[in-house]
Every structure is written in C-alpha cells, then in structure tokens.
Design a binder for this molecule. Structure first.
Ligand code: HEC
Length: 151
C-alpha cells in the first residue's frame, strides 16, 4: 500500500515536472523583468570574475563556476529578448527587434568573449586573462551602446 502511494506520488511529481509551462508568451512586464534578471546575473558573474582575476576578492577555485554561469547565461540572451516587449521599465531600444541580425552578432560577440576567457583562465597568463576580461567588458559595452538606452 505504502509503496503504491509512494510510486503514485513519484509519478505525480514527475508529471508536474513536465507540466511546467514553457512561458510561450509572457506579459510585457514579465518579459522585461526576465531579461533584466538575465542581464543582472551576467553582471553578477562578470563582476565576480573581474574581482577574482583582479585579485581583490574571491577565490580562484570558483572561477570555473562563474565561467560556466556566464556561458549558460550568454546562451540564453537571444531567447530572453525574443519577445518584443517594451514597458516604462525597459531600457531596450526598438533596434533590438528591428535589426535581429545585428543583435544576434552582439550576442555572438558576448559568447565568443566568454569562450575566450574560459580558454585562457586556467593557464595562469595574467596578460592573456586581463585581455580576455577586457574583451568581455567590451562585448557588454558594444551591445549596450547599440541596443540599450543611454544612461
Ligand atoms: C546582445 C546585447 C547585450 C549584451 C551582449 C549585453 N547586454 Fe546587458 N543589456 C542589453 C539590453 C538591450 C539591456 C536593456 C534591457 C531592458 O531593460 O529592456 C541590458 C541591460 C543590462 C543591465 C540592466 C538590467 C536591469 O536590471 O535593468 C545590466 C546590469 C546589464 N545589461 C549588464 C550586462 C553585462 C555585465 C553584460 C556583459 C557580460 C551585458 N549586459 C551584455 C543588451 C546586452
């Protein structure tokens, strides 16, 4: 009896797991909030990487965690901006959706910068790491310059 209940519960949990909706179309507010969370997460992990490589805080042993997070987040940017949603809180310029190729290029530049940093992070070459960190920051700036409202 107990086993039946447990397996029924397991099945229910599994079913629920698959039932999580894919958020096909969010409200504009939620779509904006979501992409801003993705950006803040990029900022958090990028900031941590800069502090670790700059030697001001953190532990070099956690670098790969931050780099994995950056790679996963970068891979999600395109989807996070897929919905053309603009609200008062949004700082995205219309060109995000008017120039999808340009935006895709900016996402690709971010992904390349994260890959580059991952490639050199473990080799102890401070100059190469420094250059890769600068490249990462530049990829953020380049996209913001073109696709985000000026501060
Ligand atoms: C492909 C383009 C693109 C790249 C690359 C990019 N951003 Fe953004 N970012 C945007 C846009 C567009 C917005 C405005 C989003 C909105 O408010 O609708 C934004 C907003 C932000 C925000 C503000 C989020 C908020 O809470 O309002 C932060 C912080 C940020 N980006 C950090 C970063 C960092 C750090 C990187 C690099 C590691 C980066 N971004 C790379 C396009 C990009």
């Amino acid at each position: 009896m107990r086993r039946t209940i447990i397996s029924a519960l397991t099945l229910f949990t599994v079913a629920l797991g698959f039932a999580v909706p894919a958020a096909a179309e969010s409200t504009a507010e939620d779509a904006v909030k979501y992409r801003q969370y993705i950006m803040r997460a990029l900022s958090g992990h990028g900031g941590a990487v800069m502090m670790i490589t700059g030697g001001t805080a953190g532990d070099a042993g956690t670098m790969s965690n931050h780099l994995d997070a950056l790679a996963n987040l970068a891979a999600e940017v395109a989807a996070a901006f897929a919905q053309n949603a603009v609200t008062e809180d949004s700082e995205s310029l219309p060109v995000v959706w008017e120039d999808p190729d340009g935006f895709a290029d900016a996402v690709a530049a971010l992904e390349a910068a994260v890959t580059q940093l991952g490639d050199v992070a473990g080799n102890g070459d401070a100059e190469a790491i420094d250059a890769a960190v600068k490249g990462l920051r530049q990829s953020c700036r380049d996209c913001h310059d073109n696709f985000r409202v000026d501060d």
